[in-house]
Every structure is written in C-alpha cells, then in structure tokens.
Ligand binder design. Sequence first.
Ligand SMILES: Cc1ncc(C[n+]2csc(CCOP(=O)(O)OP(=O)(O)O)c2C)c(N)n1
Ligand SMILES: [Mg+2]
Length: 1008
Amino acid sequence: MAQTGPNSAQNQPAPSTLLPAVNGWQTDFVESLYAQYKADPTSVTPEWLNFFRGFELGLALEATPATAGATTQPPPSPEVAAAAATAQTSGAAAAATAQPRSSPEGAPAGATAQSSGAPAGATAQTSGAAAGATAHQRRVDDLIHRYRAFGHLAAQLDPLGTTRPFPEQLTLEAVGLDDGALGQAFDPGTLPLDNPSPLGDIIACLESTYCGSMGVEYAHIGAADRRAWLAKRLEAARNSPRFSGDTKRRILGKLLEADSFESFLANRYVGKKRFGLEGGESLIPILDQILESGPALGVQEFMLGMAHRGRLNVLANIVGKNLQQIFTEFDEAWTEAFATGGGDVKYHMGYSNEHTTSTGQKLRVVLAANPSHLEFVNSVVLGRCRGKQRLVGDTERKMVVPVIVHGDSAFPGQGIVAECFNMMHLDGYTVGGAIHVVVNNQVGFTTNPRDTFCGSYCTDLAKAYDCPVIHVNGDDAEACAWAAKIAIEWRQAFGHDIVVEMWCYRKNGHNETDEPMFTQPVLYGRVKKARPAFKTYRAQLVSEGVVSDAEVDAMLAARTAVMDEAQSAAKKQPIDPVIDPFKNVWSGLTGQYSHEPVVTKVPLDTLESLARKLGELPGHTTVHKTIARILEGRAGAIATGTIDWALGELLAYATLLSEGHPIRLSGQDVERGTFSHRHAVVNCQETNEGYCQLNNLGDAQARFCVHNSPLTESAVLGFEYGYSLGDPRMLVIWEAQFGDFANGAQVIIDQFLASGEAKWKRSTGLAMFLPHGYEGQGPEHSSARLERFLQLCAHDNMQVVYPTTSAQMFHLIRKQVKQGFRKPLVVMTPKSMLRLPAAASRVEGFTDGHFRAVLPDPAIAREVAEGVTKVLFCSGKIFHELHAQREKSGQDTTAIVRLEQLFPFPDAAINKVISTYPNAKRFVWVQEEPRNMGAYRFAQAQLKELCSIDVGYIGRPDSASPAVGSAKQHAIEQDKILTEAIGAAKAGDGPAGGPSNKDGKQEKPAHK
Ligand SMILES: Cc1ncc(C[n+]2csc(CCOP(=O)(O)OP(=O)(O)O)c2C)c(N)n1
Ligand SMILES: [Mg+2]
C-alpha cells in the first residue's frame, strides 16, 4: 500500500462490509467484453474494437522499460476501463474521456494514448528518459482522473463516524506508482497548483477536494462540458469555499433556528408528534442557501415539496409560516374544518410566503401540501411549477424553480421518483430541472439502509439521468451550504436536475413517541453521543473569532423569546393556520359547487367558422386520405345539422380557446386519441410535421397545449393536478388510455384530487377523461372503476359524470372553465359511443341549452308520459342500447332516465323528471357493470335517501373481475340485461349487445 494523506489505508479502521463499487456492473461488462476481444477481436463492435486497440496502445506506451522505478505495469483497472468506456459509448462523451492532459477532466492513460492517435513510430523516437517521464505523468493523470471519478468513496460523509474502506482505485499501486514518486514534480493539469507540483501536493489537493466532507459523483455524466464545469467549480476552491463572516453568521443563525425550534417544541409539547429534524438540522442552511442564491440567478419563486421529516422546521424557518399559526395547530385550537371532516395534521400542511434574502431581495416561497404518501408530491410540485412558469412567461424556466426534499428510504423505493426524473426533458413536462435534497438519516422508520436499497448510495437512481450527486456530511454546515450553492448554480446553468444527499442521523425514533433502541440499538448508541451540528459549528465560529459565545447566547435568547411570545399569543388568540387560497391567480374563484346552469351555448356562425378552421390544413401538408375525409367532415359538419362526438369535443376546445381560455390536454397518445377520433394534431405524410388546427384559429386565441405523455399514470396525473393548482384559469385535462389504467394513479386520485380540498383547502379544476364501457374487450379494457370515484364522493368534492351525447360533452367541457368554482371533473368517456350516430347531437344542442345533469326520456312524449309504469334509471352508454332495444321491442310503457351526472347528486332534477311519470310503479337501476361495480350501489343509496325512490337492479351479477374475457360471452350477457330491462327484441331485429349504428351493425371502438 503506497498511499499517504489523511485517507490512506494505514489510517483506516478495520474495514466494514465493502459496498459494491460504483459502476460495478459496468466494470463487469467491460471486463467481459475485453476478454471477448482478446479471444477474438472481430467479435466486438467496431467502436469497441477501436477502443480496446487504443487502450492497449496506451498500455504498450506505459510499459516502456526506460521508466525509472516502474516495475510491471498493472493491468488496466476495470474501473478505469469502465469509466473510459462509459464515456466512449456516448458520442459526445467519447471525446471527453479522451481529454488531453490539460483538460480538467483528466483521462485514463490508455484513452489518452488512443485519442492522441500518435503513431507508435513517433513514440519510439522520443528518448528513453522522456518516455519514462511521460509514462509517469500519465500515471499521475490517471490518478487525478480516478480522484475525480472515485474520490467520493473516500469522502468523510457520516457524522456518526462510520468510515468506508479506502478505495483501492485511489492507491498509488493501482496506477503503477509508489511512494518514491511522491516527491517528484508533475504537471497538475487544471488543478489549482503550480506547474509542476510534487505528487504529494497534487494528492493533498485532490483529497481535500474530493475526499473531505463532500463527495461528488459526476464522472457518469455524458456531457463533457458539464463535467468540466463541475470539476472547475469543485477544484478551484478545493471544495472548501471561503465564506464571508456574514455568510458564516447566516449559516449559524439558520442552524440555531433549526435547533432551537425543535428544542422548543420538545419542551413545550412533550410527546407530540412533529417528525423532528434533530440530527438533520443542516437541511435548513441548505435550503436557505438555495434561497439566498436564487435572485442573483434569476429565480423569483421556489416551489418546495417535502414529506414529514423536518417539515414544521422548514415551514417555520424557510417558508416563514407564522409561528402563531404553528402553535395554534399544536394546541389544536382552530377547528373550523373539522366539522366537515376536513383538515390535516400540521406536518402535512402547505404554505406560501414572500421571503426576503439577507441582501433584501424578495422571493416567493411555496411549500406544497403533502399527504403521508411519500414522494407522490414530487409530480405535483413539478406540474405546479410548469403552470406557474407559463403564467409568468418563464420561457427559459429559470424564474420558477422546484426544490424537492426526500428521505433516504423513500427516494430509492417509490417508483414515482424515477417517473419524475424521466419527465425531466420531455417537451410537455420539463420544468428546466429540479433540485433534490435527500435527507439521509440512515434509517427509514425502523428499516436499515441495507434493506432499503441495493446500490452504493440511496441516490444511485439519479445517475441514470445524468444528474450530479453531491454527498455531504450534515455535520459540516459550511460544506452543506457549499453543496446548496453548487446545486442552484448547476440547475440554472444546465436546466438539469441535481441531487444533494446530506448524510445525517435521526436523533429520536421515527416520531417523538417511538423507541429506536428496539430496532437500532447499536446505531442509537452512537446517535446518543453525537454532537448537534449547531454546537459544532458554533464552536468552530467562536474559535475562528467570527462570533463570540456571548453573541450566540444572545441570538439564542432572542429566538427563544420570539417563539415564547408567539406561543403565548396563540394561546390567547388562536389564528387560522391555513392561508386563504383564493388569492392572487385564484382570486374571483371559489370552492363552492353549484347546480346552477352555466351559459355555454355558442352562436351558429361561431360554430360554423370554427368547424371550418378545424378542417383546414396548410397547403404544403400531405395528408393521409382517411384524415382528409375527417377534415372534410369537420368543415362541412354544421351544414349537415349534426355534430358527432369528436367534433363536439374539438368545438368545445375551439370555442374556449377563441374566447381566451387556454387548455392543456395531456395523457398517453392524446394528440391522435387512443380511439383515433380526435386527430388534434395532423401529421404530414412526407415530413411527419404536426399541424394543430386548434392553435391556428386566430390571432387572439389562447393556446392549446396538447402533449402525448410518457407511459405513467401516477406522475402525469400528479403533474396535471399540480398544474391545475398553478393556473386555475387554464382548463387542464388528463386522459387515460383506457379508464382501467387510471388506478395506476390511485394515490393521486385518493390523496390529492378527492380529498385535497377537504384537507388543505386547495381546490382544483382538473378534468380526468376515462374511457369506459362494456364492449367485449375483456376485463382490462372495460371499466374505469366508476364505483371507486363514487365511493370517494362527499361534500361536493368532485363532479362525476357519464355523458351520452356530443352536445352534453361540449357543454360539460365548456362549463368546467366557465363556472365560478373549481372542482375536479371525472368523466367516463366513450369508446364505441364516439362513432354512434345516436350519440351525435343536432346543431341546436350546441347553439342552445346547457349541460343537463339528468336527461328525461326523449322518446316519451308529454302526452304519453302518463302511460309510463316503469322507469329505468341508467348512466352512460347503456342508455343507447336500452333505447335501441325498446325501439325493437315496440313497447312504450317504460321510460329511460339518464343520470348524466352522478355526483354532486342531481336529486332535484331527478324529482322533476320523475314527476312527469305520475303512474310509474317500478323503478330499476340498469347498468352493464357487475352489481358490485358501476354506479348501482351509490345511485341506489342516493335515490333512496334524497329522492325516496327504491330501485331494483338489472345488470351483471357480482364479479371479482370487471368483465369477461370472451367477446361472445360479453354479447350474451349484454343481451340478457337488455331483455330483462326492456323485453325481448322482436324477431329479425338484429343482435343486441352493443350500440348499433344506422345500419343495425354493432359499433366497434376503433382502438388501434
Ligand atoms: C408510500 C408510503 N409508504 C409507507 C409510508 C409509511 N412511512 C412513513 S415514514 C416512513 C419511512 C421513511 O423513511 P425515509 O424516507 O428514510 O424518511 P425519514 O423518516 O427517515 O426522514 C414510512 C415507511 C408512507 N408514509 N408512505
Ligand atoms: Mg431516513
């Protein structure tokens, strides 16, 4: 072992379990490929062939015998080969790996030789001594590169003092050097040292940069300029920036606030859950330094998302939530929302405030409300950011910046973290990068890290997305502050995510009433002895003469007095802990639902001109012949007097846009539409260029933002929910591919959409379009689980609808923006009904009328209504089938009443319709879903409770699965329902079991 310096192996305690090396898999891969190449050079791809040839050329040069002191050259270390290969495999990175020595990147010797392309003959001409010096220099270059790539493995990250074995990659032996070289002078490349400098100084510089309280992973990043940026940023200051006295006092002040806040709560609210930050207090200076750096880098607003741990501390000391409000919550002295089953625990609440930096600059800081469900808020924060960015015209995405705080267990465990990383640079979802701070307190509830993630670090996932990862020791407050500064600078420079992982510990149990000694006795033995970061930093600054003990005591006393006063004030005068959400962009809107009709009709000439525009294409576009027909149909539709579903939907958008309401439609394949009905974007058959008629309606129109989404339900729905919070005047719609897939986003539905308003007073007008309907497509393509949404309904929290005509859909979409309140809108949307003539509406339905929650039977004229003895209630597509069956059966004593809206339950409208059938004796709910699904149970209870109507049931029997797999069996079941509800069709009337078109043929959803 020939390494000196603070991290040398001699100084290490007995090694603990060796963690798998970073990039271990790549090493194996490269090694196996190298073996393959040795056995048969033609068996690897030309790129790899060149790479290994170059590598061997480099090795041959290294092995020049004139090298004084060199014994045998060690074989290429797998890590070096892997690091070089990683860069080699991405085009831009290949060049980066093969940097010349003067590059801040350094480069493995082999790769350098390869890149120089120097012919062997040229080398042979150099003198033996020069070749020896060159070879030595290459080894030093290699060592510099290794520190940049693997130095983090030797960093001192754990405040509890756990050390990791000194990485073999950083020993002198590994690069073919020994102690004899330490005194020799070498070119240090771009390191901030004299040229030449003794190797000992070069190593000391590298160790202080890469192996101190901060370890940085960035060798995996593909882009050379980004790696160079980081190398420069880290090395110029040796990763130990000289903070001014003011900054040091600021950092200390923030630590003091963090520390004293938890102590105050611990003393005044003994045993109350607060998920304290003790052990991780440096989170506060980290966030504060991000805020401090923001204005100079163009930031106007930070959007924060975080879970339970330290949240109250962040609310108090970063977001600036009024302490009186926080203590009111601790005293549970404000109960307004509890009466309606609302409110949330204090460590889930959001807040927003104006923040003033130490230099007097103003920023907006928002902390999103958060359910207990870890990490789901991330997508919400991103969407909200995007909404805000659009509102403030932040086209470069530098003014509104997301900061997301994670736990060490949740980050690698919850899949939505990866889903959000994946959206980083997607056109419809990018926010220009997020800053992630992982509070690694080395435990998750009672679970140890080894049971939580399987890589080297809990943050390994981020490397797959080319993010730098800064690991920092939470006990070194200045290193934490430095990490924060680098993070915000990186984000503003590259618009790319970055992760700061702060190693710390959790002073108490998972919460204040938990006993950690049950499960982590050894760890907690060490935790008990740990000295708080505040005390450590205080001592440091006192010894540096930056502050005196007396000054710190005075700061502490002043802070305690502030908290004391706030607590007394809260006891005397509790204040509403939640700020009024209907301010700023939300002003003028409410959260109060109303059944009042909303004016959504549109004049005929407007419809005509917009329909024409929807049929237009620029002259140079070569259009597919089917699309050409569709466009023709759009242009001439109004003249036919009928508007089908697709055009009804497009006209709803077009009218809103031309009235100045922006719209965002996102979901899988929404541009074309899963069922090929929408064609909101038409692609040129030659260039593939897309044309969106909805964005070419006229100069004054608002924008139609339509985005085919990545294949996730959770992150995208969360994103759209967040977007709807950020911009309540934009109509935001998420469409599921099939409604069946929406339950992939169940957490977002349950925790945010359905209950967010009750818990956090946050309204949303997000619309969800969920294709639903029984059409013989099997159990996974039939049901949007209507019953689930209905089960979530209470206190007018959302609108659940199942419209049956194009005019109803038109009014519904327009109403969602035009109405003065914001409530989620859950729509069961059609598949076969898209093309069903009976679902198309007359033009008058658009130029007149409004959305109607209940539709009376259109076939029962007023004068025969008295003859009705049986009323069928239903919702959605089955209406058209029942109606067709009745036509075929020829009977007229049964009325079919449609509940187009299921919630808020339209009891008054139902009573009104029913009063027109005075002789009705039998009431039946008819549905195509199984009895334990669909709207039956909900509707039955509501009809009984609110309308005093007892309904019978006709539909599929209880079932564990939503639908059968066989289309034939489906048709038999469907026919049975119709026969039972209406009576048998007269002979020769064709098949039942699905809506029929004009020719009596059964409609098929055009799902491609
Ligand atoms: C989705 C989800 N599953 C389970 C839980 C229960 N839970 C709450 S905190 C926690 C541990 C979190 O550990 P970590 O991410 O390390 O954060 P820490 O509490 O240590 O700060 C668990 C499992 C939860 N809140 N959310
Ligand atoms: Mg943890």
